[in-house]
Write a protein that binds this ligand. Structure first.
Ligand code: NDP
Length: 397
């Protein structure tokens, strides 16, 4: 029996999938895998924010029952594009939540930024299996999310390649036997640049990641290495290790996606080509495996894997994220909100590259961390921090 027949038998019926953020990089890779395996998967719902044409085109291809747009302005156009198709169309923040609440077996959380939190939480609150790419959700509301996952019996499967790697090699039954988690980082496009060179870098240079093809925001986060800082916080919440037991190691080839060091000296790693379809396939087929159309890893051809310590001076975002995690309470949500505002300003060419981390640091300085009691408090902190960061960004422009 073939691997896919085996998987089809194990699943019983096609697994029904909702893809939040379908028009993005994670969303498109997820749909690619789904479309290559029509017997294994069916699509329940797709969402986007404002990419009406792309969402309509995807919907006509994969035939979901429901599509939702975050921004209401595109509703009429989407409705017209899908008229006669039988696909239900909705728009607005509640429509994104409805997409997550629909009865799918698996929800891919692939919206970028804190905007992904409400629909991801809605999926968790119906006890769904969630493939979590949207790391900002755990950065902003890690304690709340993990408590809700336990309360509702939901399953969070890490899709971020580093966390997916750790998930694959971590012996969760014996956390006391783990010395540390080691998150690898490519170092981004400016790994070898001086501070002076980085100062003049433009958005097009920052989004040109050497190994990964990703959306604009995460690509800039990789260039500042804030991405690794966000991942540090994400790893803390996913695996329950405090920040001193999570190291960051620069590995420019992006072949080793992360490692777990055990007390007996063993270090286990997961390796693969830098192609998000590997961790996405792992999550879609979990607890089984499915084949993915990725280039095979040829270590003899790669020949050399290299490693270096991150440079805290040129990449201050790492220190800011570590400090925010140590402080806890509202600090990670403030860090995330300020970073989203500053990255958007950089992508609009309103501030320089180095001003991103500076804006985040100045925003964090304005807030003494406070405990976050519930979702509303988190959203209040997020809005307040965005207002403050916008002022700081305007002053830096
Ligand atoms: P993209 O920018 O490529 O796509 C983002 C998706 O989210 C799009 O569908 C977009 O819709 C939608 N979206 C954007 N803003 C909103 C909003 N306010 N409300 C609702 N939907 C919105 O992002 P990526 O796919 O690169 O990243 C998605 C998430 O996955 C991020 O959290 C990222 O950190 C994480 N991740 C991504 C990886 C990658 O390889 N890309 C790797 C690991 C993690 P529209 O097209 O209409 O704008």
């Amino acid at each position: 029996m073939s691997l896919s027949e085996n998987l089809a038998n194990a699943l019983g019926a096609p697994r029904r999938i909702a893809v939040l953020g379908a028009t993005g990089s994670i969303g498109c890779s997820t749909l690619d895998l789904i479309e290559r395996n029509p017997g294994l998967f069916e699509v329940e719902a797709l969402t986007a924010n404002r990419s009406v044409a792309a969402l309509a085109e995807q919907a006509l291809r994969v035939r979901p029952r429901f599509v939702a747009l975050g921004e209401e302005a595109g509703y009429a156009e989407l409705k017209a594009a899908l008229s006669g198709s039988g696909i239900e169309v909705a728009a607005g923040p509640q429509a994104l939540i409805e997409a997550a609440e629909r009865p799918s077996d698996f929800v891919m959380s692939g919206i970028v930024g804190a905007a992904g939190l409400p629909p991801t939480l809605a999926a968790v609150r119906r006890g769904a299996t969630v493939g979590l790419a949207n790391k900002e959700t755990l950065v902003c509301a890690g304690e709340l999310m993990t408590a809700e996952v336990s309360r509702w019996g939901a399953t969070l499967l890490p899709v971020d390649s580093e966390h997916n790697a750790i998930f694959q090699v971590l012996d969760a039954a014996t956390p006391e036997a783990v010395e540390k988690l080691i998150l690898t980082a490519s170092g981004g496009p400016f790994r070898t640049c001086s501070l002076d060179e980085m100062r003049g870098m433009k958005p097009a240079q920052a989004v040109a990641h050497p190994n990964w093809s990703m959306g604009a925001k995460i690509s800039v986060d990789s260039a500042t290495m804030m991405n690794k800082g966000l991942e540090l916080i994400e790893a803390h919440h996913l695996f329950g290790f405090d920040e001193q037991r999570i190291d960051i190691l620069v590995h420019p080839q992006s072949v080793i996606h992360s490692l777990v060091a055990y007390v007996d000296g063993s270090v286990l790693a997961q390796l693969g080509r830098p192609d998000m379809r590997t961790p996405i396939a792992y999550a879609l087929a979990w607890p089984r495996r499915m084949s993915a159309p990725v280039e095979k890893l040829d270590l003899a051809e790669i020949a050399t894997l290299t490693f270096e310590a991150p440079d805290a001076l040129r990449f201050p975002a790492l220190r800011l994220a570590r400090e925010a995690l140590r402080q806890g309470g509202s600090a990670p949500a403030v860090l995330n909100a300020a970073n989203e505002v500053a990255v958007a300003a950089f992508l609009d060419d309103r501030i320089g590259f180095l001003a991103i981390a500076e804006a985040v640091e100045r925003t964090l300085e304005r807030y003494a961390p406070t405990p976050i009691e519930g979702l509303q408090a988190m959203f209040d902190t997020d809005s307040e921090a965005r207002r403050c960061a916008a002022e700081i960004v305007a002053a830096l422009a």
